[in-house]
Design a protein around this ligand. Sequence first.
Ligand code: GYE
Length: 345
Amino acid sequence: MRIFKKAAVLLMTAALFIMLSSCAQEIVQTGEDEARGLPVVGFSQLGAESDWRSANTLSMKENISEENGYTLIFDDGQQKQNNQIMAIRKFIQQEVDYIVLAPVTEEGWDTVLEEAKEAGIPVIIVDRMVNVNDENLFTAWVGSDFELEAEKLTAWMNEFFTVSGIDKSNINIVNIQGNIGASAQIGRTTGLRNACAQYGWNLLDEVSGEFTQAKGREVMEMFLKKYDNINIVYCENDNEAIGAIEAIESAGKEVGTDIMNGQIMVVSFDGVGKTALELAKQGKISCIAECNPMHGPRVKAIIDALELGLNPEKLEYVPEELFSADKTVSSYILDGKVYKVTELE
Ligand code: GYE
């Protein structure tokens, strides 16, 4: 009986510990750092939906680190804007020195960023953008030009179809979108719609796959039931592409560039995770528009500058390219500029 009691107490303590630690914000360094006077940075990350996100979180944790002179408080918003707003309010209460926000969507940040401004805490936005009434609500932003990524990818597609002699009337595209309202979704969807209008391609449908493999697979299964003429799947990230390929292959179809002979071409964004890069090397993802997640060193440089009383650039775009194992297109022209495709071996 006593053993049972002891075991029950132990179990309850363990459960309580797990509950508490999963709610709590994660202080990446020891609490002593604050006492040692290191500047404190609160980072509200939107979630952990993709390989891109994991790489981004790691880059931030490695760079905004104790060795580099900062205490980082990390908070995972689990895809919910409300959680991120709560995290920012907690950072303000904790009187952190800087707030870094990777916002889940563009809209709805004015009030909480006003609060940060009133508290005199500089806010740095990373990755996706915020759409706010007053640009002074944030100090700087680091991220990608999502529409340019889409323009590059669709320019590659256009070049591929032209070189391969495939007429625009044969192109039937489905788009597995990202989370609706996220800058990465907005830019990539806009880029595709513009390209369809410009090049005369047929856009059959657009549904969100929420940037995840599971949802990407589910959406692709639905598309395959609904349409029998899909030959291009445009995925707004690699994890969706991995799911889409699973769905296509389970339906007994093949992925690849030979779309005039029944293959389905998959294209996507990121080029970060091992699995996606392997699929691209095998030709299962025909082309990937890179999305660079290495924001850590750039955010650190911004904070370093602010610490010195300097004025960092307001907007900083990260460099990006296209990856493909297919040799049909080695370069393409966009707005009069020649871009090279990085060949995957
Ligand atoms: O492409 C996707 C992630 O906002 C750029 O979000 C980011 C996107 C990235 O989940 O994989």
